[in-house]
Ligand binder design. Structure first.
Ligand code: SF4
Ligand code: SF4
Length: 440
């Protein structure tokens, strides 16, 4: 497992140092220095917010190329429910799944079906008084990582169930293991993803050693190929099975809407999510049992690797939802979900701490406060840090100087100029050979 894998990356050649991204990053992971942005890797949660806001497309997400499927003899695509929202309404789910097969997959399995299983497991969990409330959905890996770095006190509230993507891959591999004689190392399962955080969660899972998913392919990357296949007349075989409950997971509010309680809260957009997590941390949401929190506005339909406008995609998906059965799964007893529970808990990542040693951390904090007091407090971003406090922190961490602040620099130049004038007045006059003061 590569602990430090990140899907979101910077193309320095494209970056113009405009500073648009630094203020939007929820973990203050970006700095602009010498005219170029840089990501502090251990702080990045791969939420994709910087991809969305960079006007020069300098931030990109690394995902697997479609060609990686050729490394496997039997290839299975597991599309996220949001995939259906990317195409014109006139195409049915079966049209889209057939087209996916047409670009090189042997089988397709809807992640929405697995989402229904996770919903059923959550319905059992929410009734269990020993489960800490409010439960916070683990469906969005960006939110789980955000909690790991910024809200360690809420780790216990995270729903410790496998994501629909993992459950789908697990089901596919179990079924093929039972019903086919293809060796398991020759089966490749690929998630068709709306989001870079999913790439990270497969390459570096936080809740276990390895993922059941063998690769993550961006919706954007295969969109045109799938679109070309949609025109094929031979695309009517039936593969769709998921019910509306699973499909609705693509929408903000879809996951929580499947729960048998009104004590739910759905929040989307990373900065809104932070506000709600602050509320939970401050114990101000005690009347809520379940929080669905998603990094992207609109939910997965608004993911940075999608193609369609989130609002258009919502309308398209609604059509598929209206045509689907309520559910594709039978009621299941609580015991059936034991295998879905995480084998290990997520860990706190103290990347925002000034020092691991508490005494040193306190000293540094004091220094930070005093530097911060001396800064103008305008949060202009001209220094390349998202705000004055972040610059003060960078100075304490010895990765920035006070004069990176243009106001401080101006003040320093002014002080130096005054000092030079003052010193100039003290320079003794130069005498000529006759002992007379020279001109000038
Ligand atoms: S992906 Fe998110 S956390 Fe990472 S640098 Fe971009 S905005 Fe910050
Ligand atoms: S938004 Fe960030 S990455 Fe994009 S050009 Fe501006 S500074 Fe560079």
């Amino acid at each position: 497992m590569n602990e430090y894998f990140h899907s979101v990356n910077l193309d320095k050649n494209k970056c113009r140092g405009c500073t648009n991204c630094i203020k939007r990053c929820p973990t203050e992971a970006i700095r602009v220095r010498k005219g170029k942005a840089g990501i502090i890797r251990e702080r990045c949660i791969d939420c994709g917010e910087c991809i969305r806001v960079c006007p020069y497309h300098a931030k990109t997400a690394i995902s697997d190329e479609l060609d990686v499927i050729k490394n496997y003899r039997y290839r299975v695509a597991i599309p996220a429910p949001s995939f259906y929202g990317q195409f014109d309404k006139k195409y049915s789910r079966d049209n889209i799944l057939n087209a996916l097969k047409g670009i090189g997959f042997d089988q397709v399995f809807e992640v929405a079906r697995a989402a229904e299983i996770v919903s059923e497991a959550t319905r059992h969990m929410i009734l269990d008084p020993s489960v800490k409330k409010p439960m916070i959905s683990s469906a969005c890996p960006g939110v789980v990582r955000l909690i790991q770095v910024r809200f360690p006190g809420l780790i216990e509230n995270i729903v410790k169930l496998e994501s629909p993507m993992e459950v789908a891959a697990k089901i596919v591999k179990a079924q093929l293991g039972k019903n086919s004689n293809i060796p398991k190392e020759e089966i490749g399962v690929f998630f068709i993803s709306p989001c870079p955080a999913k790439v990270t969660s497969v390459k570096s899972p936080y809740e276990k050693q390895t993922s059941y998913v063998d690769g993550v392919i961006s919706m954007k990357d295969i969109f045109v190929k799938v679109l070309a296949e949609l025109g094929s007349p031979d695309n009517t075989a039936r593969y769709s099975a998921a019910g509306l409950e699973g499909l609705d997971w693509a929408n903000a509010g879809g996951e929580s809407g499947a729960l048998p309680t009104e004590k739910i809260l759905a929040v989307d957009g990373i900065h809104n999510v932070i506000k709600i997590l602050d509320e939970i941390e401050g114990d101000r949401l005690s009347d809520v049992d379940f929080v669905e929190a998603l990094c992207c506005v609109g939910g997965c339909l608004g993911g940075p690797l999608t193609v369609a406008n989130v609002f258009v995609a919502k309308t398209t998906l609604k059509k598929h939802i209206l045509e689907a059965p309520v559910s594709s799964i039978e009621k299941m007893p609580p015991k059936s979900f034991e295998e879905l529970v995480w084998t290990s808990n997520v860990e706190y990542k103290p990347v925002m701490k000034l020092d691991q040693d508490i005494l040193k951390a306190m000293e540094k904090l004091e220094k930070l406060e005093s530097i911060y007091d001396g800064l103008p407090g305008l949060d202009c971003g001209a220094c390349g840090a998202p705000n004055c406090r972040a610059l003060a922190e960078d100075i304490v961490r010895e990765i920035a100087n006070e004069t990176d602040c243009i106001f401080k620099l101006r003040q320093r130049i002014r002080d130096l100029a005054e000092e030079m004038v003052e010193l100039g007045g003290k320079v003794p006059p130069v005498m000529d050979s006759d002992g007379q003061e020279e001109d000038g």
